[in-house]
Design a protein around this ligand. Structure first.
Ligand SMILES: NC(=O)c1ccc[n+]([C@@H]2O[C@H](COP(=O)([O-])OP(=O)(O)OC[C@H]3O[C@@H](n4cnc5c(N)ncnc54)[C@H](O)[C@@H]3O)[C@@H](O)[C@H]2O)c1
Ligand SMILES: [Zn+2]
Ligand SMILES: [Zn+2]
Length: 345
């Protein structure tokens, strides 16, 4: 089969690989029909994610059809159409029993990281019963790809952890696919104001179409003053960090109102300064989270009843043979205007 393989920092290629086999009785093999590229895949290609070693097939998002199941798999049969989750969970360990699937002791984020992922014709999914979701009849499979990672991530790490409430003021720093997923799902709670901050005017324009009440281009270095002007000098109740660099987390520290919550989503590779000398008396909360995908069943319901339009995040479509072009397009989003790119088998 053809697969997109990380070959070490700055190096990747489409390689011919053997089709994966069932290893454990709880495994399933899925024929991938649609996949996509995540900001995290770009981090891996740069060498930022040491757990992902050269030779790894990338990809942790997609939909497909069951090709084979191990003897212990009970919920899926050959031919069932399934949603692949970025998080693999055994359902039994200490963390799984607490609903913290991202920290499953033998799973978590392993796909396209410590085991081969789904940017390939086939993928092996461990713990299929507790990691895959059957696709409800009639659902748009392209839109569903947004449920493998970005919608649960924006919702759980940003909106739930950030305690977005009716009438509150929210700032989301970063208007990439994850920030936009937080913007879409924050609206479940009717905050009065959602301020999106980014350097890219095109993405801010998309954010306005997705429901942002205010947008700020922070390239002039005055985002904090702009937010204070919009909030009578108070700052925001929820600040969601959706970039993953020190400057944007520190901006969240500056934007937060007394009693507010900073919800970090970004993957950080370098040290960030925590300004406790300014924050110690402001009654704030800081949260971090790796997506657990506990909200996937709820998001599936909302997608089915068309309460959330995930398809709006898709800007480009490619065939698997064009995956290198898909990576180029996604990596140069400022030029291409790309949000999520769909790669079809
Ligand atoms: N916590 C989790 O479980 C989890 C899961 C998935 C992704 N992530 C992380 O979430 C982050 C966002 O992902 P994405 O796919 O949207 O990434 P992305 O790179 O597509 O988007 C980031 C956005 O931030 C903007 N940006 C960059 N520097 C900025 C600055 N100084 N000020 C304001 N905006 C700035 C960019 O213009 C871009 O629009 C990444 O760090 C990703 O690795 C975390
Ligand atoms: Zn991802
Ligand atoms: Zn577990």
């Amino acid at each position: 089969m053809k697969a997109f393989v990380y070959q070490g920092p700055g190096k990747s290629a489409v390689e011919e690989r053997p089709t994966p086999d069932i290893i454990a009785p709880t495994d399933a093999i899925v024929r991938v029909t649609r996949t996509t590229i995540c900001g995290t895949d770009l981090h891996i290609l740069k060498g930022d994610v040491p757990s992902c070693q050269p030779g790894r097939i990338l990809g942790h998002e997609g939909v497909g059809q069951i090709e084979a199941v191990g003897s212990a798999v009970q919920s899926f049969k050959v031919g069932t159409r399934v949603l692949i989750s970025c998080i693999t969970s055994c359902g039994r360990c200490h963390y799984c029993r607490r609903g913290m699937f991202s920290h499953c002791t033998t799973g978590g984020w392993i796909l396209g990281n410590t085991i081969d992922g789904c940017q390939a014709e086939f993928v092996r999914i461990p713990y299929a019963d507790t990691s895959l979701y059957p696709i409800p009849a009639g659902l748009d499979e392209e839109a569903l790809v947004m449920l493998s990672d970005i919608l649960p991530t924006g919702f759980e790490c940003g909106v739930l952890n950030g305690k977005v409430e009716p009438g509150n003021t929210v700032a989301i720093v970063g208007s990439g696919p994850i920030g936009l997923a937080a913007l879409l799902t924050a609206q479940f709670y009717s905050p009065a104001r959602i301020i999106m901050i980014d350097l890219d005017d095109n993405r801010l324009e998309v954010a306005r179409q997705f429901g942002a009440t205010d947008t700020i281009n922070s390239s002039d270095g005055h985002a904090m003053e702009a937010v204070m002007a919009l909030t009578d000098g108070r700052g925001v109740d929820t600040a969601i960090e959706a970039v993953g660099i020190p400057a944007t987390f520190e901006l969240c520290e500056g934007l937060i109102a007394p009693g507010g919550t900073i919800a970090n989503i970004g993957v950080h590779g370098t040290k960030v300064e925590l300004h406790l000398e300014r924050l110690w008396d402001r009654n704030i909360t800081i949260t971090t989270r790796l997506v657990d995908t506990v909200s996937t069943p709820m998001l599936l319901n909302l997608l089915t009843s068309q309460k959330v339009n995930a398809k709006r995040l898709i800007t480009h479509r490619f065939k698997f043979g064009q995956i290198l072009e898909a990576y180029e397009t996604f990596a140069h989003a400022a030029k291409s205007g790309a949000l999520k790119v769909i790669i079809e088998a």
